[in-house]
Design a protein around this ligand. Structure first.
Ligand code: PXL
Length: 276
């Protein structure tokens, strides 16, 4: 039997199950990748104290990584919510010391459910330590803007320039995701030479919690299966667009995407790919 490839996500736990570690693991499972997790923080609002971000210790983070590596090993590593300078540095040290093959860095900053997922003083270590290790970084428009000192990004042309400038931080690829702009959902990939646009129709829904996590998890999964970066992005965007299309909610809160949609509905979205 060909064993499934192995991915460790180093990210936050989203108790509601729509985003973070939970979204990553659901995505890995859907794409037949063996998922493991290193929980950096637990995001869960306490009804009385209102505390929402519960950081894990560096010791607990290191122990989880050591356990996953020893028990299974990894073909790829993905990072999500890391929150603090110290955790970012720890994640960078662990990645540097491992014989990793693929590193996907999702520079998570703010969740759809109002939580702040990156400390104000942590952006510089994210840029200087973690981003340069990445095969790909996957910022959405607000994250790309923050990584570029607050630059205003409104159009696909702005996203193109952002991708070019973020490439200077040292990753192999930059994917700027335009889901938060108006019109078609256009994402721009840059590899230092070529800009490629990936376009999907906009889905009219509020239930997109964790869409970004799931998208970058799917990119990671497809990369471990040997797809090139543009192919991994196209397939992952198709996966997440179908998951968004069938997103739902159980309550009056923003709901999850439907991770099983592609499998259960037997549908894959056609993504328009265009060299710019
Ligand atoms: O969707 C971004 C995100 C990432 N990671 C964690 C989250 C969220 C959003 O709520 O809770 C842990």
């Amino acid at each position: 039997m060909n064993l499934p490839s192995r991915v460790i996500t180093i990210a936050g736990s989203a108790a509601g199950g729509s985003a973070g570690i939970q979204a990553d693991l659901k995505t890995f499972q859907e794409l037949d990748v063996y998922g493991m997790s290193v929980v950096t923080a637990i995001v869960a609002r306490h009804p009385e104290t209102d505390k929402n971000v519960h950081l894990q210790t560096l010791e607990a983070i290191e122990a989880q990584f050591a356990t996953a590596m020893k028990q299974v090993g990894a073909d790829a590593l993905k990072t999500g919510m890391l929150f603090s300078r110290e955790i970012i540095e720890k994640a960078a040290d662990l990645i540097a010391a491992s014989d990793k093959k693929t590193v996907v860095v999702d520079p998570v900053m703010v969740g759809k459910l109002d939580s702040k997922l990156l400390a104000d003083d942590a952006i510089d270590v994210l840029k200087s330590r973690l981003v340069p290790m990445a095969d790909v970084i996957t910022p959405n428009v607000p994250e790309a803007s923050y990584l570029l000192d607050g630059r205003n990004l409104k159009t696909v042309d702005d996203m193109k320039q952002a991708a070019i400038d973020l490439y200077d931080l040292g990753p192999q690829y930059v994917l700027v995701k335009g889901g938060r702009l108006k019109g078609e959902a256009v994402d721009v990939l840059y590899d230092g030479e070529t800009l490629t646009a990936f376009e999907a129709p906009r889905v009219d829904t509020e239930n997109t919690s964790g869409a970004g996590c799931s998208y970058s998890a799917a990119i990671t999964a497809y990369m471990t299966k040997g797809y090139s970066m543009p192919e991994a992005v196209r397939l992952a965007k198709s996966f997440v667009t179908t998951a968004i299309e069938y997103g739902f909610t159980y309550t009056d809160m923003v709901g999850p995407t439907y991770h099983a949609a592609e499998r259960m509905k037997g549908e894959a979205h056609k993504i328009k790919v265009e060299k710019l």
